[in-house]
Design a protein around this ligand. Sequence first.
Ligand code: EPZ
Length: 448
Amino acid sequence: MADARPFHWEFTPDPVTREVFRIEGGVPLRGEVPISGSKNAALKMLAAATLTGERCRFTNVPEIEDVRVMAETLRDLGVVVDHPEQNVYEVASGDVEWLFVPLEAAAKMRASFMLLGPLLSRFGRVIISNPGGDRIGRRPVDLHVESMRTLGATIEYRNGYYFATAPGRLRGTEVRFPFVSVMGTENAMLAATLADGHTVIRPSAQEPEVDDLIEFLRKMGADVERTYPDTIEVQGKRRLRGADHHVIPDRIEAGTFAIAGAVTGGRVTLTGAPCEHMTAFLEVLDRTGVDAQCDADRITVDGSALRDGGFRAVDIATAPYPGLATDIQPPTCVLLTQARGVSHVHEAIFEDRLEWLTELNAMGARIDIPDNHHAAIHGQTPLRGTEAEIGDLRAGASLILAALAADGESTIHGAHHVKRGYENIERKFADLGARIARLEEGTTSTTS
Ligand code: EPZ
C-alpha cells in the first residue's frame, strides 16, 4: 500500500461560478414533480462501497453537487468511479492508492468524513481532514472519533487532520453515544462491518437513510441488523462483496416541494415520494390545514386554504427520526408565515439553524428570534420580492419557496448552495409553472 499522499499536495477546487435564482413570485404551482434519490442516503453508500474491492452499482442517485464532490474525493483516493448514465454510479475500490482525504474535499462537504470508518476498517489507516462546521452550527466530529477509538483505533489530531490507525483489525465492542448522531451511527456501523467480533451501537439513529444503508450493507454480505428501534448490532466479517442498490427517495426534497404547493396556493402532486418516511411532517401539514393526501408513493398537496383566510398557526419542534426532521424546519417556517396566529418553532438539533429567518423578515415576515433554538412566527404576512443571499443548503431552498410565494421579483444569490442537495430544482419548479431562472451573476435576462 503506497504511503499517504504528501501534505503539500494541492487539491484544485473547482471555481464556484456565482449564480443567482431570479424568481417572479405569485404564481400558484400546479402539476406533478418527480422526487429524486436521497442525498443523505446516496453519499453514505458511495463511502460504504470502499468496504470492498468489488464493483458496486447504485441507481436513483441524485444529480447533485455533493454526489459529484464525493465521486471526485473517491477518485482522488484511486477508487474507480464511473457515471455511465443519468442517476447511475458504479464504484470499485480494488486499487485504492491513497488513504488521504484532503481539507478541500472535507471543507466542501461534511459527508466526506464518512470515509473514516470504511477506510480505517478495511486498510487499517487513514488521514482525513476535520470537516469543520458550516452555517447551521459547529458540527464537531468528536462522536465519530470516539467511536473509532472505542473500536480499537488510535487517532491523533494534528494541524486540521486526523491520523487514524488500527494495527491488525478493529475489535467489535459496545459503542455508546451520549445522544443520537446520524453520521456518527453510520460511521461506526461501517467500521464495525469488518471489525473482529460483535458490535452494539446505541442509541443509534433511526433515520430511513440509515436503514437504507443497512439494506445495502446486507447485500454486500455484512451481518448487520437493527435489533431494537435505537440499537444496531454488527457481527464483523473478513471481507464484503460488491452489490447493487437503488437509493430511496429524498424525504426532504419531497417536503420542500409539498410546501411549495401550499405557500403558492397551488395544487402539486409529488411522484415517487417516500410517504412512509414523512409521518411527522405530514402531521404538521395536517395541523396547519394544508390538504395533503398520500396514495402509495404519490402525495397531492392542495394549498387553496391559503386563499380562504390562510393556514392555522402551529408549534413545531425538531427531533431525531421519527420526530420532525431538522432539515424540513426551514421550509416549514416559510409555510408558517402564511398561517394565522403565532407559531412557535424549537430547533433542537442545531444551534445556528434559525439565523436565516432574518432574510424572511426582510421579505415582510414578522419573526422574533429570542435565542439560537427558538423563533416565534407571527402570521399571516404577505411576502414581497427581495434580493437575498443564501448561506446554506436548506435555508437556500426555503428562500426560493418564499420568493415563489412573494409578490414581485426576487434575486437570490448563492445558487451553488442549493445545487449541492436538490437535483435540477429550478427546472422542477418551472415545470410546475414557476417563473424562475438560474443565471450567472450580473445577467439581466428575465425569468422563464
Ligand atoms: C446528518 O448530519 C445530515 N447530513 C443532516 O442533513 C441532518 O440535518 C442531520 O443528520 C440530522 O441530525 C447527512 O446525512 C449528510 P448529527 P450529521 O450527527 O450526521 C452534534 C442536510 O441539509 N454532533 O445527527 O452531521 C451535531 O452538532 C444536512 O442534508 C456532535 O456534537 O448530524 C448536532 O447538534 C444538514 N458531535 C447533533 O449532534 C459529533 O461528532 C446531531 O447531528 C456529531 C454530531
